[in-house]
Ligand binder design. Structure first.
Ligand SMILES: [Zn+2]
Ligand SMILES: [Zn+2]
Length: 280
């Protein structure tokens, strides 16, 4: 079974950007692309800060500016697609928000989630992936090794929070190809894999990194091998923000999984997880 469990529901390009719409016709374009590429099931996992129901959590202009959509409308369009028999799952991409994590989970309770992703895009008020030289970025205020340590501290905290089922782009911190010495990197990957195993959550293999400055899959083969050795379940992800990218570069992702000996994919329904063979 092949899944794509990370994408953002958007309409067709308008002036070079993809408008966020909660409409069945937009959703169907993602499903059609999945079918073209042999992807059996997809999950929509919109950024949690887009929804007014979570507004009290956010402090940064980036999030507050986007926090204008109705979570019920989002859930309803995916429920409608399910009713029509389309192979879609309801999810969100949940942020690491530190001491507000429990409150964020409370706000999300009561919705029929199939899968919740967890991501670290910010460390405190500083963005990890807004640009290497962004004014509000982490890279201009901390040395590279400190950024990596802070990132993995946040990732471990998030993994153990109960707020998610799958860690998204688990080594996003490599996005600008700025890394500490390889020995430090490998220790951090080992510690992260141990924390993920202890938390009982899965990780995604994401092809999005191939489209970023680093030009690599997330996670690093060493990190994935450390997870696989601990029998951490794995999902597949494109992180598509447009329908054309569903299932993008999956040949690369499947080859990486084969290299580290992963033969099963984690499949989610109602936040319950089971394993299915990747092949057949
Ligand atoms: Zn993300
Ligand atoms: Zn995403």
């Amino acid at each position: 079974m092949i899944v794509d469990y990370h994408m953002h529901l958007r309409g067709p390009l308008v002036d070079g950007s993809e408008p966020l719409v909660h409409r069945l016709d937009a959703l169907q374009r993602f499903v059609e692309r999945a079918q073209e590429r042999g992807v059996d099931e997809i999950a929509f996992t919109e950024h949690v800060y887009y929804f007014v129901q979570t507004r009290e959590i956010w402090t940064r202009p980036y999030q507050l500016d986007r926090c204008v959509f109705d979570l019920d409308a989002y859930c309803e369009v995916i429920a409608e697609a399910k009713d029509r028999g389309l192979p879609v799952k309801l999810g969100l991409e949940v942020e690491h928000v530190g001491d507000r994590q429990g409150r964020l989970s409370e706000l999300l309770a009561g919705y029929p989630w199939d899968i919740l992703l967890g991501s670290v895009h910010w460390l405190g008020d500083r963005a990890v992936d807004a640009g290497e030289h962004a004014a509000d970025g982490i890279w201009s205020v901390l040395p590279v090794e400190d950024v990596w340590r802070a990132y993995f501290d946040a990732l471990a905290e998030l993994a153990g929070s109960g707020a998610l089922d799958v860690l998204a782009h688990p080594d996003l911190v490599k996005i600008y190809d700025r890394r500490p010495a390889r020995g430090v990197v490998e220790r951090l990957y080992e510690q992260a894999a141990a924390a993920i195993e202890a938390a009982g959550v899965a990780v995604e293999v994401s092809t999005a990194g191939l489209r970023k400055p680093v030009g690599e899959l997330y996670p690093d083969p060493y990190f994935l091998a450390e997870c696989a050795r601990r029998e951490v379940p794995v999902t597949l992800a494109s992180d598509a923000h447009q329908s054309e990218l569903v299932g993008e570069d999956y040949d690369r992702a499947l080859k990486l999984l084969d290299t580290v000996g992963v033969v099963d994919v984690a499949v989610f329904s109602g936040r319950e997880r089971r394993l299915e063979p990747l092949a057949g």
